[in-house]
Design a protein. Structure first.
Length: 52
């Protein structure tokens, strides 16, 4: 494995991890503020996956 491939894999992993962390934080913030589980932004993530 070359150094370029390794760097690309690390960057992709960090980007995916940051996305999942942001999604989890948004779920936690909505739950803490409203005391109700809101799954609406999960739909937006799926929609963004289909569109993008």
């Amino acid at each position: 494995m070359s150094l370029t491939t390794l760097a690309q894999a690390v960057a992709a992993g960090l980007a995916n991890g940051a996305f999942y962390a942001f999604l989890a934080l948004s779920f936690a913030a909505i739950l803490a503020l409203t005391r109700a589980l809101n799954l609406a932004h999960g739909e937006l993530v799926i929609l963004g996956g289909y569109v993008g």
